[in-house]
Design a binder for this molecule. Structure first.
Ligand SMILES: C[S@@+](CC[C@H](N)C(=O)[O-])C[C@H]1O[C@@H](n2cnc3c(N)ncnc32)[C@H](O)[C@@H]1O
Length: 323
């Protein structure tokens, strides 16, 4: 039994049967089905050779980290850094071939594997443009070490002279701690009844995103689900409406769900059927709800501002009604 406020997305047996219609398998691909707006249930290694090269404008990779972890019955076992590098290399070059010459790629990892990730990206011929650090709240404490509170997201492109990046689409609304005035006039910030705010450009340190938890409508039981807000930043900055976003380790479907909400074409590969079905359910839910928690009015809001965001939404709705 789950608590009443628990919004975790689950599947009934009936839904499982019904959602299977939304999943593409290797058989479908061999019969000539395309890749646009697909959730492919397959081992990435089997499907990559069947996919066209240069089809994706944006690739987002959230692979199993080098940790022992259970993915719905399949265990990924921690290995030496050298072996993890071999594992990444076994598919990374092939995934890069799916990226258009003007495309961008993001790959996630933790502190332990981040040096390996950088090496693998650079060896593949891509140019690293940045390393984003996401400060997460959750993390297991350790008695003889610092608790891990971060993840890295490497940003790389095929052609550093020709790639798409829209920083205007990922601006943030931040509380102003020390409001500064010139001749009594607010300098680069606005005063509202909910507090003082500044609209700023994002840096490569992200501290405004929480891990999905049970009271959030995007939450599933996937053990390493990424937040929709995080994917929204990557997708808005590095793709346009109508572009193709490819995720080779789709998990519970976050990349595809956000791509769909933002009017992009999605394609995701996931080996586990249950996770594909969860992704399919979430993708169907987009028809009813296109909101992304923490992203409203074209702006990314700080953590714990839902109350202010809702208040603002209410006011906007009332304004429209009066008109
Ligand atoms: C870190 S999780 C991705 C989580 C995802 N970003 C989300 O928001 O739910 C990695 C996923 O890769 C899947 N996976 C592992 N090996 C795979 C393979 N060879 N082919 C396809 N999927 C694989 C796992 O089942 C797992 O769901």
């Amino acid at each position: 039994m789950r608590a009443e406020r628990n919004k975790t997305i689950t599947l009934s047996d009936e839904e499982r049967e019904n959602l299977k219609a939304d999943i593409v398998t290797l058989d479908h691909i061999n019969e000539g089905s395309g890749f646009d707006n697909t959730t492919i249930q397959a081992d990435l290694n089997d499907v990559l050779p069947l996919m066209p090269d240069d089809f994706a404008d944006l690739v987002i990779i959230d692979p199993p980290y080098n940790l022992t972890k259970e993915y719905n019955g399949t265990r990924f076992t921690a290995m030496s850094n050298d072996n993890y590098e071999d594992y990444l290399c076994s598919w990374f070059g092939l995934v890069c071939r799916k990226l258009k010459p003007t495309g961008s790629l993001y790959i996630c990892g933790d502190w332990k594997s981040t040096a390996v990730l950088q090496r693998v990206i650079e060896q593949s011929g891509l140019t690293v443009l940045n390393r984003i650090t996401w400060q997460r709240e959750k993390g297991r404490g350790a008695k003889m070490n610092w608790k891990n509170g971060m993840e890295d997201i490497w940003f790389a492109v095929k052609d550093p002279k020709n790639y798409y990046f829209n920083v205007e689409a990922v601006k943030m609304k931040r509380k102003v701690i020390a409001p500064y005035r010139v001749n009594g006039v607010a300098k680069d910030w606005v005063e509202t009844e909910d507090g003082n705010f500044r609209i700023t450009y994002p840096s490569n340190f992200w501290d405004d995103i929480s891990i999905p938890f049970w009271s959030m409508p995007e939450n599933t039981d996937h053990p390493t689900q990424k937040p929709e807000k995080l994917m929204a930043k990557l997708i808005l900055a590095s793709s346009k409406r109508g572009d193709v976003v490819f995720d080779p380790f789709l998990g519970s479907g976050t990349t595809s769900v956000v791509a769909k909400k933002l009017g992009r074409i999605y394609c995701g590969v996931e080996i586990n059927e249950e996770y594909c079905l969860l992704a399919a359910k979430r993708l169907r839910m987009v028809h009813k709800d296109k909101t992304i928690q923490g992203y409203r009015d074209g702006i990314f809001w700080e953590r714990n501002t839902l109350r202010v965001q809702r208040k603002r939404q209410l006011k906007n709705d009332q304004k429209h009604k009066i008109r």
